[in-house]
Each structure stands twice: as structure tokens, then as C-alpha cells.
Design a binder for this molecule. Structure first.
Ligand code: M6R
Length: 365
């Protein structure tokens, strides 16, 4: 049931504070500020030498963000690929490797085939899945459920942020087991994760402002999304979300790649969405934004109050997000990105929950 929302996608976007809190509750001991993986998960993180991740679409972007977390907090090398490449490229996976597959439905054909490939290569397989009774859940050595509840909209929203919540908790647990995250750091990270539902509620408050902005988006043909660090996969996710439901051509790029090609596209007609929380790479992203401004690009900046103050550049719109710990920005910044795609599609009158040519679950190659 859609409740008082026009579309399942809107309902699912607004459910995120609740379902992410549920998912976090499963993996965190909030009272003691520690991560607490369910008892049946017996991965020896200290012995691991590397992680491989395989997934498709939005789940793949969740994996790309998790790569930054595993490398930073657990000091584990991570390789990641879309499942349709992973399964055929004959990657040597080596000893003491963990393969993580990520899937909302748990039935995606290429992701399932990647899981089977990894098992044949003697990897332990961990599944981050939303449908607990799915084939991927059944065939994996360990399952970490995302407790998003049923996701009906073809465009994935709440499954994505619940995947991020789960993966971040796993990365912190891995860091603890490997001695690369101190008890104090664990407390800080768990404290930051605990704040996510409240911050998401604040981000949802930008919906009206985003709706106004979406009116101009609905008239454009192309949109570019830029980000650095964990905001880079979010740029890819923003572009995917927009093209899926509004049919506007969109591309996501690492901000630093701008001058290696996409800058040629910039003119006064193309909106450029810059995702830039005020974090360690903020200044770098700002100099890329400057390059866009110098060419007359229409900038939509998503940042926080200190970022907005320091940006000091004319923008078409600046969405000011609440302040937060840099580790959790992808979870919260996902919301304005989803809302922008949603409102644009609504203005264009497309079938938001059932976009053309797409299926909720891709069970054939
Ligand atoms: O069920 P899965 O998570 O395995 O699905 C993967 C992709 O098909 C899915 O994320 C797709 O990209 C969505 N429509 C994105 O919104």
C-alpha cells in the first residue's frame, strides 16, 4: 500500500529513516556503541587477505562505496566488478578471500552466477540481501539481511541505503577484528551510524526545494553528476536513478575525471550536480566545480553549511544538508539524489514505479 504517497517510490524514499534504523538495530549494539554481527556469521576477518564484490546496478554502487570503507577501516584490499563481468572474466581469486554479493531481490541472474563462480574458486561467500528466502541467500555461506521490507518501485531506494548501513557495519566489524579500528574509533563510527535516521529525516525536509528545482531538470536533455571519494559512487547512482525513471540522459563521473573528457560537454544548458559534503576531499571537488562555473555550467551543489559558505561560487541551487561524520555521508546524501530523480520524473509524467523497458528483478542474463 502506498499510504498517502502518490507512488511506491515516494513511500519508499520516506520510509528510509525507519528501515535504516531497523537494519542498524540488527548490527549495532547502540547502548554499548559497538558493532555486533549476528551469531551465525562466522567469518574470520583477521585471516582474510582480500575481498571481491560482485553486484548489479544500484547494488553495485553500494559495493563501490563499501570498497572505500573496507579499505579505510579494515585495511583490506577490495576488488569490485559488475556481476556480468565478474562471472566471465576468470579472475584469480586466491586463498583466504571473501566474496561479497549484494542484491535486493536475491535472484539477479548474474549476481547468482558470480556467487557460484566464487564458491567454485573456494572463496567464502557473504550475501547482503533483502529477500531472506531468495536463492542468493540460500546458496551463500553467510547472510547479512538488509531489513528494508518489500521494495516495490523498480528504482531501488530504501534497499540501497539499507545495503550501505549493513556494509558499513561489516567494515567496522572487520576493522575491529583486524585491529585496524580502535575501540574509540568504533564508538565514534557507531555513534555516527546511530545518527543516520535523524539526519535522513532532516534531508527529507529538502523535498519541496528539490521539487522546485526538478521543474527545470524536467526540461533538460542531459545531466552530469560529479563527486569524489564515497560521493563518486553516489554520483553514479544519481545518474542511474535519473535516467531510469525520467529517461533524461545522465552520467556520473569522478570529479577529478572532468578534465579528461566530460568537460567538453559543459555549456549553459547542462545542469551539473556536484555532491560535495565538507570532507577531506572538499577543496579538490571545489576546484573541479570552478572549472564547470568558468564554462557557464549550471551548478546544483549538494553540501552542508560550511561547504556552502566556502564554495563562494554562483550556483543555480545549493541544497544545504545537515552536518555529519564523513563516514556516513553516502547514506544521507542518497536522499536528495533520489528526490531529485523522483520529482523530475513526476514533472515529466513518466510511470515512476514501472519505468519502460525495466523489470524489478533481472533473472535472465
Ligand atoms: O535485486 P538486485 O539488487 O540484485 O538488482 C540489481 C539491479 O537490477 C537493480 O539495482 C537496478 O539497477 C535498479 N533498478 C536500480 O534502481
Amino acid at each position: 500500500e502506498k499510504g498517502n504517497h502518490r507512488h511506491f517510490m515516494a513511500k519508499e524514499i520516506h520510509e528510509q529513516p525507519t528501515v535504516v534504523a531497523q537494519t542498524l538495530g540488527h548490527y549495532l549494539d547502540m547502548a554499548n556503541e559497538t558493532v555486533h554481527l549476528p551469531g551465525d556469521v562466522t567469518i574470520d576477518f583477521a585471516r582474510l587477505e582480500r575481498i571481491s564484490i560482485a553486484a548489479c546496478g544500484t547494488a553495485y554502487y553500494a559495493g563501490l562505496i563499501a570498497k572505500y570503507w573496507f579499505e579505510r577501516y579494515a585495511r583490506l584490499p577490495v576488488e569490485i566488478d559488475v556481476a556480468s563481468e565478474f562471472r566471465y572474466r576468470e579472475a584469480p581469486l586466491g586463498d583466504n578471500g571473501l566474496t561479497i554479493v549484494i542484491s535486493q531481490s536475491g535472484e539477479t541472474a548474474d549476481t547468482l552466477a558470480s556467487l557460484r563462480y566464487a564458491r567454485d574458486e573456494d572463496q567464502s561467500v557473504l550475501a547482503v540481501v533483502n529477500v531472506a528466502t531468495s536463492t542468493i541467500a540460500r546458496e551463500s555461506d553467510a547472510v547479512m539481511p538488509t531489513l528494508a521490507g518489500p521494495e516495490i518501485g523498480v528504482a531501488s531506494t530504501k534497499a540501497f541505503t539499507c545495503q550501505l548501513a549493513t556494509l558499513c557495519a561489516i567494515a567496522v566489524a572487520a576493522g575491529r577484528a583486524r585491529g585496524t579500528v580502535s575501540a574509540e574509533e568504533e564508538r565514534a563510527l557507531v555513534g555516527a551510524l546511530t545518527e543516520v535516521p535523524r539526519l535522513m529525516n532532516e534531508a527529507l525536509g529538502l523535498s519541496d526545494e528539490i521539487e522546485t528545482l526538478a521543474r527545470t531538470f524536467a526540461k533538460t536533455r542531459d545531466v552530469l553528476y560529479l563527486g569524489r571519494g564515497t560521493s563518486y559512487p553516489l554520483a553514479l547512482e544519481g545518474a542511474l536513478k535519473l535516467k531510469e525513471i525520467s529517461y533524461i540522459h545522465a552520467e556520473g563521473y569522478a570529479a577529478g575525471e572532468l578534465k579528461h573528457g566530460p568537460i567538453a560537454l559543459i555549456d549553459e544548458n547542462m545542469p551539473v550536480v556536484v555532491i560535495a559534503p565538507h570532507d577531506a576531499v572538499f577543496d579538490k571537488t571545489m576546484s573541479n566545480m570552478q572549472e564547470v562555473a568558468a564554462r557557464g555550467g549550471r551548478i546544483v551543489l549538494i553540501t552542508d553549511a560550511s561547504g556552502a559558505k566556502q564554495a563562494a561560487l554562483p550556483t543555480e541551487a545549493t541544497l544545504v544538508m545537515p552536518d555529519m561524520h564523513p563516514a556516513i555521508t553516502p547514506l544521507v546524501y542518497a536522499l536528495p539524489i533520489q528526490l531529485l530523480a523522483y520529482h523530475t520524473a513526476v514533472h515529466m509524467g513518466t510511470d515512476v514505479d514501472q519505468p519502460r523497458n525495466l523489470a524489478k528483478s533481472v533473472t535472465v542474463e
